[in-house]
Design a protein around this ligand. Structure first.
Ligand SMILES: *Cc1c(COP(=O)(O)O)cnc(C)c1O
Length: 369
C-alpha cells in the first residue's frame, strides 16, 4: 500500500538525492559524547550575529504572537537604500535558498531546461529537479571553476534559467567582472540569469564588484544574496533576490505569504548597516584563511584559491577516513563526495583559536592515517 502510494509521487521528486548538510554540533555530541566541538562545516560566521542584530531581535519579542510583515517593508526599504535599487526589485526569502527555489518554480516546468556548472552549489540541481525540468551540468574548468563558454553553448531554446555562483561554493572560485559580463551578453535575454553572491561580503575590496551594477542593462538578471554568511544569521534564514520588478512580481505570486519571520526581518535590517561588524568578519576571515593556507602549504596539500570563507582542500586520497578521524577529535568539516569530489574536504574559516586547533589536529590526523 505504501509502495503504491510512493510510486505515484511526482517522478522528479522521487529521483532527488537529498541535500547533505554539515553535521550539527549537537549530533556529534550525541554520537560520540564529546563536549568540545568546533564546526567548520557550513561556512557560518564564527563571530556569531552582530550585536545590533541581537538587540533588534530582543525588541521584537513582544510581537512574536503576531504574524510578521508579509511584505517585509522595513527590510526592503533598508536594502533599497543600502544597494541603491528600487524596493520593487527585491524579493525576500527564507534564506537565499528560498529565492533560488522560487526562481526555479517560476520559470521551470517539465520540458524546459536549466544550466549550471559541475561543482556549483548543490541547491541548483535540487531546485531544478523538483520542477521536473531537465538540466545541463556543464563540466568545470581544470581549476574547478565555471566554464562560461561551455555554459553559454549549453543554452538551448528550452533553456529558461542559468545559475552562476560567484564566488562559488564549495570551490571558492571567483569570476572577474569582464568575463562574467561577457557571459551575460552571450545569453539570450529571454533566459533568466541568476548570479548567486552569497559570499560577496568576503571579497577583497580591490577585487569586489557586484552583478547588481548591471541590472539596468540586463532585464533577465537576478542577483541573490544572503544574511547567512558574513552577517552571521544562518540560523534565522533570511536572504534576498534583486531583479527586474516584473520578475520580483512573479516570485511574489508563489512565495509563502509569511516566508520571512519577524526575528529574521528585524535582525537583518539591523545587521545590514553594521559595517564595523562586517569589517571584523572580513578581517577574521583573512587571518584564518592565511593561517590555514600556510598550514596546507607546509603539509604539501593542494587547495583551490578561495574568495569565500572556506577552503577546498585536495587530500589526494579518500577524504572520508580523514573526515571521520577529525570528527573523533571534535572537529566537523565538510566532505564533498556528493559534489563528485571524494578526495576533497571543505574547511570553513573559524576564529584564530579554532584555526590553530584545526591545524594541529589536522596534521596529527594526516600523520596517523
Ligand atoms: C550558503 C549559500 C547560499 C544560501 O544560503 P541561505 O542560508 O539559504 O541564504 C546560497 N548560495 C551559495 C553559493 C551558498 O554557499
Amino acid at each position: 500500500m505504501q509502495s503504491k502510494l510512493i510510486a505515484r509521487a511526482a517522478p522528479a521528486v522521487a529521483a532527488i538525492q537529498p541535500y547533505q548538510p554539515g553535521k550539527p554540533i549537537s549530533e556529534l555530541a550525541r554520537e560520540l559524547g564529546l563536549s568540545d566541538i568546533i564546526k567548520l562545516a557550513s561556512n557560518e560566521n564564527p563571530l556569531g550575529p552582530s550585536p545590533r542584530a541581537m538587540a533588534a531581535m530582543r525588541a521584537v519579542e513582544p510581537e512574536l504572537a503576531l504574524y510578521p510583515d508579509g511584505n517585509g517593508f522595513a527590510l526592503k526599504q533598508a536594502l533599497s537604500r543600502h544597494l541603491g535599487v528600487d524596493a520593487a526589485q527585491i524579493t525576500l526569502g527564507n534564506g537565499s535558498n528560498d529565492v533560488l527555489v522560487l526562481l526555479a518554480e517560476a520559470f521551470l516546468t517539465p520540458g524546459t531546461h536549466a544550466v549550471y556548472s559541475q561543482y556549483a552549489f548543490a541547491v541548483y540541481p535540487l531546485a531544478v529537479q523538483a520542477t521536473g525540468a531537465a538540466a545541463s551540468c556543464v563540466p568545470a574548468t581544470a581549476d574547478l571553476g565555471h566554464d562560461l563558454e561551455a555554459m553559454a553553448a549549453a543554452v538551448s531554446p528550452e533553456t529558461r534559467v542559468v545559475f552562476v555562483a560567484n564566488p562559488n561554493n564549495p570551490t571558492g572560485n571567483f569570476i572577474d567582472a569582464e568575463r562574467l559580463r561577457a557571459f551575460g551578453e552571450a545569453l539570450p535575454e529571454e533566459v533568466l540569469w541568476v548570479v548567486d553572491e552569497a559570499y560577496h561580503e568576503y571579497l577583497a575590496p580591490e577585487a569586489r564588484y557586484s552583478a547588481l551594477e548591471w541590472l539596468a542593462d540586463f532585464p533577465n538578471l537576478v542577483v541573490t544574496r544572503t544574511f547567512s554568511k558574513a552577517y552571521g544569521l544562518a540560523g534565522l534564514r533570511v536572504g534576498y533576490a534583486v531583479s527586474h520588478p516584473e520578475v520580483a512580481d512573479l516570485l511574489n505570486r508563489i512565495r509563502q505569504p509569511f516566508n520571512v519571520n519577524s526575528l529574521a526581518l528585524a535582525a537583518a535590517e539591523a545587521a545590514l548597516d553594521d559595517s564595523a561588524f562586517l569589517q571584523q568578519a572580513y578581517a577574521v576571515n583573512q587571518a584564518g584563511m592565511a593561517r590555514l593556507s600556510a598550514q596546507l602549504d607546509a603539509l604539501g596539500l593542494a587547495y583551490t584559491p578561495s574568495c569565500g570563507n572556506f577552503l577546498l582542500v585536495d587530500l589526494a586520497r579518500p577524504a572520508l577516513p580523514v573526515y571521520d578521524a577529525l570528527l573523533r577529535k571534535g572537529v566537523i568539516v565538510r566532505p564533498v563526495g556528493n559534489y563528485g569530489l571524494p578526495n576533497h574536504l571543505r574547511v570553513s574559516i573559524g576564529t584564530q583559536d579554532e584555526m590553530e586547533y584545526f591545524c594541529t589536529v589536522f596534521e596529527q590526523v594526516l600523520k596517523a592515517s
